[in-house]
Design a protein around this ligand. Structure first.
Ligand code: NAD
Ligand code: IPM
Ligand code: MN
Length: 349
């Protein structure tokens, strides 16, 4: 049996995970040999006990589970995000989940905020480097709290780290019949990391002669995602630029209510979470859209050996989008629970 550890987390993470588990139950009932355990890590636990995510638990996930599913973490009562950093970034870093896979796929043209765009125009994937860059946590304060205060935040880019995400992007393109890979950086202003990313991109790219290489500076990339999204097949970028690009990517494909993602190290226990956060204002109000989390569970199923489960979930999500049986953010009037129930019923048919 493939085992999943589930962390609903905070805010709407809890709401959307409830619906995702309904869907996973249907997939299980139809024969997929999966099971899961739910863990209560999140703001509530942190505020009550000071515990975020213990190292022993992380080792338990790594050694005894095939995947981790997280709803979302983040709570206004923990403004410095200590627990969220430990849980989310902790797993990304300590499990070395260097691939952040974020598909940008428009399921229905009526959901696209860009004028006259078809589903063929908005269909690409972003590979975000997930263990280095501005997120590495290197830096510090000097004279904190004084008028002379200095804050340093350093971007870490290792040849190994940059090369492996770039190679992953090219391999993905090769395996999926994609003809082009775009790398995005800010090498006009940030020369050191930019120089490394440029060299790694074109050197690794030489191993893939059939694949066209394209480069945009990150500011221009975002502009191009709005202007001509059809030009993209596969985008690869650093941790922070990839983070920024995928909220925009999510929006041009219908919004964060649909944006799914995987944090992957091939062959190892990996982490799956929707792109969106805990949207605390919607928590418990039966408003949040569970489809991003449900699609994320699909990506997870594919990763742990149930590709058919992924296809079934994607098909089940497309159907209510076409008929407007969706939550408010997509123009429908279903609540969170009704939306989850609807997907579960489509899958049970
Ligand atoms: P957010 O993604 O939580 O919400 C931004 C807005 O997007 C919401 O106000 C809402 O209008 C919309 N939205 C997002 N998800 C939705 C859904 N499923 N259904 C309907 N509408 C949805 O981003 P934020 O407000 O910047 O962050 C809130 C908290 O979440 C913060 O603490 C942040 O750090 C955290 N966060 C966590 C993750 C994660 O756990 N992976 C990701 C992003 C942000
Ligand atoms: C995401 C989120 C996280 C990130 C935050 C919550 C640290 O925005 O998963 O996209 O920046 O990686
Ligand atoms: Mn983000």
């Amino acid at each position: 049996m493939k085992k999943i550890s589930v962390i609903p987390g905070d805010g709407i993470g809890i709401d959307v995970t409830d619906e995702t588990l309904k869907v996973l139950q249907v997939i299980k009932d139809s024969g997929a040999d999966i099971g899961w355990d739910v863990f209560d890590y999140g703001a509530e636990k942190y505020l009550a006990t000071g515990i975020t995510l213990p190292d022993e638990e992380l080792a338990n996930f790594r050694d005894n589970y095939d995947a981790v599913f997280v709803g979302a973490v983040g709570d206004p009562r923990v403004p410095d995000m200590t627990h969220a950093r430990d849980i989310l970034l902790g797993m990304r870093f300590k499990l070395d989940l260097y691939v952040n896979y974020r598909p940008v796929k428009l399921y229905n043209e009526k959901l696209c905020p860009l004028k006259d765009r078809t589903i063929e125009d908005v269909d690409f994937v972003v590979f975000r480097e997930n263990t280095e860059g501005m997120y590495a946590g290197t830096g510090g304060f000097l004279k904190k709290g004084t008028p002379e205060e200095v804050a340093v935040q350093t971007s870490i880019n290792t040849r190994k780290g940059v090369e492996r995400i770039i190679r992953y992007a090219f391999e993905y393109a090769k395996d999926h019949g994609k003809s082009q890979v775009t790398m995005s950086d800010k090498s006009n202003a940030m020369r050191y990391e930019g120089d490394l990313w440029q060299r790694a991109f074109y050197e690794v790219g030489e191993e893939y002669p059939g694949i066209e290489k394209q480069h945009w500076y990150i500011d221009a990339l975002l502009m191009q995602m709005v202007k001509r999204p059809e030009q993209f097949d596969v985008i690869v970028s650093s941790n922070m630029f990839g983070d920024i690009a995928t909220d925009l990517g999510g929006q041009i494909a219908g919004g964060l209510g649909l944006a799914a993602s995987g944090n992957i190290h091939p062959g190892r226990t990996s982490l799956f979470e929707p792109v969106h956060g805990s949207a605390p204002k919607y928590h418990g109000k039966d408003i949040a859209n569970p489809l991003a989390a449900i699609l994320t569970a699909g990506i997870m199923l594919e990763h742990i050996g149930f590709p058919k489960g992924c296809v079934r979930i994607e098909d089940a999500v497309k159907q209510p989008i076409a008929t407007n049986k969706v939550p408010r953010d997509l123009g429908g009037d279903l609540g969170t629970k009704a939306s989850g129930d609807y997907i579960a019923s489509v899958l049970s048919e």
